[in-house]
Design a protein around this ligand. Structure first.
Ligand code: ADP
Ligand code: MG
Length: 246
């Protein structure tokens, strides 16, 4: 099983929206997916109540000590992907989730306050040596603002942006809000729209970041044991060790 955690201190940056959009994109790509809600605000549970499809199941886990055993049970049960949505701020539950993340996704709007608010999440991901990537969300369709934001994120991470900025950037569009209001994800609400296409592409980017094979859901390490030797070097790069092999 692979665990993706969406976390950043700032509310409104798109953690819940992206968790839902990615869960449905991954399901449409053939993965078994569970959405884990750790935010007592209940955005995901409320969304599921508006929905007729029982999948993806939303499972609330509000206590930090429940995260590890529950993720282990899901993995033992054969689940392929757990997507964990977290509350704004940095709670013990969020830290526990990040600790077990195969990838920590840090959403940020292209604003200085959102970008500054990524620092504490970044510190936790680095402390536990967990891979992380920024997702720039609610970007204007074009503009200087995006270039400034990406430069700033590169400074924060002190890494080459290609490693840590997820692609594509997710533009600000009404269908994100409209789909959630209808108990859907963008990929269901407007499957042929640009937002749905961006979310599908973002899922494919994550797949390659996680070394997932779409066909089997196995990691490269599972499929090709020899590749395991290469993984520590890749992990070092993405966990904040700025000394690169030459
Ligand atoms: N790409 C986007 N375009 C338009 N609206 C968005 C986008 N992403 C998120 N939103 C909206 O922004 C608000 C905050 O998003 P949300 O996912 O609830 O953030 P968080 O979970 O980080 O607090 C919601 O109303 C959501 O519909
Ligand atoms: Mg939320």
């Amino acid at each position: 099983m692979h665990t993706i955690v969406l976390a950043t201190q700032k509310g409104g940056s798109g953690k819940s929206t992206l968790a839902i959009g990615l869960a449905v994109a991954a399901r449409q790509a053939g993965y078994s997916v569970r959405l884990i809600e750790t935010d007592p605000q209940g955005t995901l549970s409320n969304w599921q109540r508006r929905r007729s499809d029982a999948e993806p199941v939303v499972e609330p886990i509000y206590h930090a000590s429940d995260i590890e055993p529950r993720l282990k049970m899901l993995a033992d049960g054969g689940l392929q992907l757990a997507i964990v949505d977290t509350a704004a701020g940095l709670s013990a539950t969020t830290t526990a989730a990040i600790r077990h993340a195969d990838l920590c996704l840090i959403p940020a709007r292209p604003s200085i306050t959102d970008i500054e608010a990524t620092t504490s999440t970044l510190s936790v991901a680095r402390a536990w040596r967990r891979p992380f990537s920024f997702v720039l969300n609610q970007t204007p369709i074009r503009g200087q603002r995006i270039d400034n934001a990406t430069d700033r994120l590169a400074e924060e991470a002190a890494l080459d942006l290609a490693d840590v900025l997820a692609r594509p950037l997710i533009a600000m569009r009404n269908d994100h809000q409209d789909s959630l209001a209808a108990g859907l994800a963008v990929g269901e609400f407007a499957p042929n729209g640009k937002s749905a296409s961006e979310l599908r592409e973002l899922w494919r980017w994550i797949e390659s970041r996680l070394n997932l094979s779409a066909a089997t859901g196995l990691s490269i390490a599972e499929e090709f044991p020899a590749a395991t030797d290469m993984l520590p070097a890749v992990a070092a790069l993405s966990s904040g060790d700025t000394t690169r092999p030459s």
